[in-house]
Design a binder for this molecule. Structure first.
Ligand SMILES: Nc1ncnc2c1ncn2[C@@H]1O[C@H](COP(=O)(O)OP(=O)(O)O)[C@@H](O)[C@H]1O
Ligand SMILES: [Mg+2]
Length: 336
């Protein structure tokens, strides 16, 4: 990457709202053509940094450059080169998709003909097709997200910002958005800055992931690097009691690199899971009152990374061994 200017660079960005420090001294760089996943729980500061980078709000301190221009002093230049699909899109239910796309084209100074040919390209790329002639009020949540994505792309931006593009979507719509983001990246070489609270989304899509918690960038790397950094395998032990005693006993096993405790659950970072699981079982059998409820082995996930850097799980949906429930948040987060 030496010699190539980053598509996005943030240099010690701080953004305050009154006494709240929403973004706390974040520095990062995204290379042209990269998909950067900005991962963190609700309230972590993802939207705030995204808004700073898109010139929608100014930083309290620090500097950022996007597509070669400074977000504070050259905001107009930045705006022409970025596409933005925010968490709460402003779609007008009374208009059709085509009308909104035409409006967006005019906004960016494209001729009607240029907008039409651009929209034709986009409808190929973004699976929205026939629905464009219908009023937006009739769209499903997934269709609205895809229209919003198309709107962000009308002026062929170099850098695309997507703020939680799949929050509240059902698994099928989510997979479609993932496919489209990947296509934009591989076919058009577009740089993508994507925020998410879904670990599997960051894992699936991002070339590199930055983990943000309480405004602070707490870890950064490729998904593989991040997972490798916390140990090769994870053994999960859930107990009915004697957690502290079990922890002490397991800590004496030479192959156990680290133990994290979350309630009654212990997560053991080990270099070789399969050969460590029986010594763990034997050790636990000797701990009075430990009462093993679960003993399992898995590859580390980004949630393990999040837990190891913050001491918390990213959300309750991602408890160890638990399935990710994607159906639950629809009602509260779906756009009106
Ligand atoms: N306009 C605002 N006024 C006051 N506080 C805000 C505003 N926007 C965000 N915040 C606060 O900043 C923090 C980060 O918010 P946000 O960037 O929206 O997080 P995320 O997008 O990761 O959920 C939160 O504590 C939030 O309440
Ligand atoms: Mg947000």
């Amino acid at each position: 990457m030496a010699g190539i200017d980053p598509a996005i660079s943030a240099d010690h960005i701080i953004r305050r709202f009154g006494a709240t420090v929403a973004v706390d001294d974040v520095s990062l760089a995204v290379a042209p053509g990269e998909i950067y996943g900005f991962l963190g729980p609700n309230g972590a500061g993802k939207s705030t940094l995204t808004r700073v980078l898109c010139t929608l709000i100014t930083p309290s301190e620090g500097h950022a450059r996007v597509a070669g221009y400074d977000v504070a002093t050259e905001a107009e230049e930045v705006r022409l080169r970025v596409g933005v699909a925010l968490q709460e899109a402003a779609l007008d239910d009374q208009q059709t998709g085509s009308e909104m796309l035409a409006l967006q084209g005019r906004f960016y100074g494209l001729s009607a003909a240029a907008t039409r040919s651009r929209v034709a390209e986009l409808t190929d790329l973004i699976d929205i097709g026939d629905a464009l002639a219908r009023r937006i009020g009739t769209y499903s949540g997934g269709m609205k997200r895809r229209l919003d994505l198309a709107l962000a792309l009308v002026h062929d931006p170099a850098v695309l910002f997507l703020d939680e593009p799949t929050t509240g979507l059902d698994p099928v719509s989510r997979a479609k958005v993932w496919q489209e983001v990947r296509r934009l990246n591989t076919d058009l070489g577009m740089t993508v800055f994507l925020t998410t609270q879904y670990l599997e989304e960051a894992d699936e899509l991002a070339d590199r992931v930055g983990i943000i918690n309480k405004g602070v960038l707490v870890a950064e790397g490729t998904p593989t690097e991040l997972k490798r950094a916390i140990g090769t395998d994870v053994i999960i032990v859930t107990l009915g009691g004697s957690v502290d005693r079990a922890r002490t006993a397991l800590g004496r096993l030479g192959t156990v690199q680290r133990i994290e405790t979350s309630g009654e659950t212990l997560m053991l970072s080990v270099s070789d899971g399969p050969s460590t699981i029986s010594p763990v079982a034997v050790t636990l059998a000797d701990v009075p009152g430990a009462d093993v409820r679960e003993l399992s082995l898995r590859r580390p996930s980004l949630d393990d990374v999040f837990l190891s850097v913050t001491g918390e799980h990213i959300s309750d949906d991602h408890a160890p061994g638990g399935a990710v429930d994607t159906s639950r948040d629809d009602s509260t987060r779906e756009r009106a």
